[in-house]
Design a protein around this ligand. Structure first.
Ligand code: NAP
Length: 259
């Protein structure tokens, strides 16, 4: 299928590795020129070079912390005009409800709610002027079904979800299409860190921790960044113009719900 976005320009945040990189790769495969971002310059430059040589699109790498105002300004100054925005950042740490105070919530809201909102606020006016735009926010399955130890993430991402639900309907008349992608467990460094924690806590190998988790998923495996990226590229495509304000779960059936 021709996604119809060859020559468009996308910013993919937090994309030197993992799900963000999967999205960047799939957009590049569709012929989209990219601005990619992460804090660590070395991995980011290597990813930019790999994508450029595999797909022949232009890739600009901007190393900065996307969750800070200065970091966002650096990315936006380097990026110029953009047709597509994919928001992403690291997730907040796990814990117990009684562990967290105001500053922890402010940090989680800054990273996983106010950062995507700031990026949409900065970029959507020009998309509206041009009559075309696509935004995909990477959130989490935890907005559909809470992950108890990720209370900071549950709270911040659900706030973003509420914002998108209304805003997507305000910008759709102008050709700007906003949706959220909700990952369940995917095989990335983040999943390795989660399984490493279980391995230490339960005194089992990391392979056993991974196998135990996979056994709880109807698909009996973890998702891949490639699968995740393919859905992201579709939502950013010309073909997805009638999908507005949706929350699309990619979790191998892990969330036990009818709709
Ligand atoms: P990952 O493999 O750890 O990759 C994270 C990427 O984001 C790296 O490129 C990292 O590079 C970059 N990054 C992190 N914080 C950043 C920041 N403040 N500014 C700019 N770049 C930043 O993680 P992932 O598995 O792809 O997860 C992506 C998001 O999906 C996270 O929010 C995660 O909580 C969520 N999620 C993941 C899963 C899963 O199973 N993988 C499931 C549900 C939700 P640097 O470290 O160099 O900045």
């Amino acid at each position: 299928m021709d996604l119809g976005i060859k020559g468009r320009r996308a910013l993919v945040c937090a994309s030197s590795k993992g799900l963000g990189r999967g999205c960047a790769e799939a957009l590049a495969e569709a012929g989209v020129d990219l601005v990619i971002n992460a804090r660590g310059a070395e991995a980011l430059e290597a990813t930019a070079a790999a994508i450029q040589s595999a797909h022949g699109v232009s890739v600009t790498a901007v190393a900065s912390d996307i969750t800070t105002e200065a970091g966002r300004d650096t990315v936006l100054d380097a990026a110029g005009d953009l047709d597509i925005l994919v928001t992403n950042a690291g997730g907040p740490p796990p814990g117990l409800w009684s562990d967290w105070g105001r500053e922890d919530f402010i940090a989680a809201l800054d990273a996983n709610m106010l950062t995507p909102i700031a990026l949409m606020t900065a970029l959507m006016p020009k998309m509206i002027d041009r009559g075309w735009g696509r935004v995909v926010n990477i959130t989490s399955q935890s907005v559909k079904a809470p992950i108890p130890q990720l209370g900071l993430s549950n709270a911040a991402r659900t706030g973003l979800t509420g914002y998108v639900a209304g805003t997507a309907r305000q910008v759709a008349p102008f050709g700007v299409i906003v949706n959220n992608l909700l990952p369940g467990i995917h095989a990335t460094d983040r999943a390795d860190a989660l399984d490493g924690g279980v391995s230490q806590k339960e005194g089992i190998s990391i392979e056993q921790a991974r196998a135990n988790r996979a056994a709880t998923i109807p698909a009996r495996r973890y998702g891949t960044a490639e699968e995740f990226g393919a859905m992201c590229a579709f939502l950013c495509s010309e073909r997805a113009g009638f999908i507005v304000g949706q929350n699309i779960l990619l979790d191998g059936g892990g969330t036990n719900a009818t709709i």
